[in-house]
Design a protein. Structure first.
Length: 368
């Protein structure tokens, strides 16, 4: 059995880590396709959100690097698959690519954070570091055409090394929920769902202010929150106000099974984030047949058409978000169309089995 070292989000038992990379790594490990490899895992998950201060992150990075070298010496994997985020994470993972060369292992780097492109474009130092480090990998994985063009044109990575692998978070169970989704017009409460970190970069302030506008118009709505973060207190404060006491439900992070139930019970999904790669939550929501509103971030417009599959809006604009939500709440035919079309996109492009099979093939090609 061929050895594969994966650097990703593999939190210890009992420790809950949430986010796109953690979800992707979990699905990969569980898949039958990857049972054909002997997988060595190296956890690089963030220990808190927001991240700890620089000194703590530096110490953790040194620990991970030592662990990485230890695993390379001990197991001598044929291939190293490295997931990375932005900022210091991208630099650290790029150094791991260089170290892998010393062991004659094939390296596959997979950046997942949408903000990395902005960081490279806005920093001369970051540009040269990332260009140098990432160009040393044997394979550069990306989640869409925008990333492929950026990697080739900006980072000068050989086009033959660049492979598009779509996000694989659309499990079969989610499509079953979508197949049974009924969009009906009645007087019941419309449940608006948000899944993610409660931080300003996720558009939390825009979400709150747009929701307030709709409540002031006496629309029969409820905001369902799945997630946690530093802005949770704002929602708790709103719940203490009489007009919001039955309008907001805070769930915290949920297990996969409980989250599927929430997707099933919700009517509209929103993601007003400022930056993403290809957001898992949007893919999961559309797979479940939820008509969705998302900002024009990352690779979203590579796959979803505005007003056909989902509603795509500009980020950092609470008024546009409020108008789009009101339109979707009042137009049942639009909700039906987005429910059907969004689910078809998720099924065609983001199937767990299809995309993990494609990734497995790329890895096997590096081994032979």
């Amino acid at each position: 059995m061929k050895k594969l070292l994966i650097v990703g989000a593999f939190p210890p038992l009992g420790k809950k880590i949430f986010g796109g990379i953690a979800r992707s790594c979990n699905l990969l490990i569980k898949s039958e396709e990857f049972s054909k490899f002997e997988i060595i895992r190296l956890d690089s998950s963030q220990i808190s959100h927001p991240p700890p201060n620089f000194l703590i992150r530096l110490a953790l990075s040194v620990v991970r690097m030592n662990r990485f070298i230890y695993e390379m010496i001990k197991h001598k994997p044929r291939v190293v698959l490295i997931f990375c985020s932005d900022g210091a994470s991208a630099i650290e993972k790029g150094v791991m690519v260089l170290i892998s060369h010393l062991f004659n292992s094939k390296q596959i780097i997979f950046p997942r954070a949408g903000n990395l492109i902005n960081q490279v474009n806005n920093s001369h130092i970051m540009y040269h570091l990332i260009k140098f480090l990432f160009s040393k990998s044997d394979i550069f994985l990306c989640q869409g055409k925008k990333w492929r063009e950026f990697a080739h044109n900006k980072l000068k990575i050989d086009i033959s090394k660049i492979k598009i692998i779509n996000n694989w978070s659309a499990e079969d169970d989610l499509f079953k929920i979508g197949a049974n989704k009924f969009i009906i017009e009645d007087s019941r409460i419309i449940k608006i769902l948000f899944v993610g970190w409660l931080e300003k970069e996720k558009g939390v302030y825009e979400m709150i202010n747009s929701f307030k506008q709709l409540v002031d118009k006496n629309l029969n709505i409820e905001l369902i929150i799945v997630g946690d973060g530093s802005l949770k207190k704002i929602f708790n404060d709103l719940l203490n106000q009489k007009k919001f006491e039955n309008k907001i439900k805070l769930n915290g992070w949920l297990s996969e099974e409980k989250l599927k139930y929430v997707y099933e019970e919700s009517d509209i999904f929103i993601l007003p984030s400022w930056q993403e790669g290809m957001p898992n939550s949007l893919i999961e929501a559309t797979a479940c047949g939820l008509p969705s509103i998302c900002t024009d971030i990352g690779m979203v417009s590579d796959y979803y058409l505005n007003n056909e599959d989902i509603i795509i809006i500009k980020s950092k604009n609470q008024n546009i978000l409020a108008k789009s939500l009101e339109k979707l709440i009042n137009d049942v035919n639009l909700r039906k169309k987005l429910s059907v079309n969004g689910r078809l996109v998720a099924k065609k492009m983001f199937s767990t089995n299809t995309n993990l099979r494609k990734l497995s093939k790329i890895i096997k090609e590096q081994i032979t």
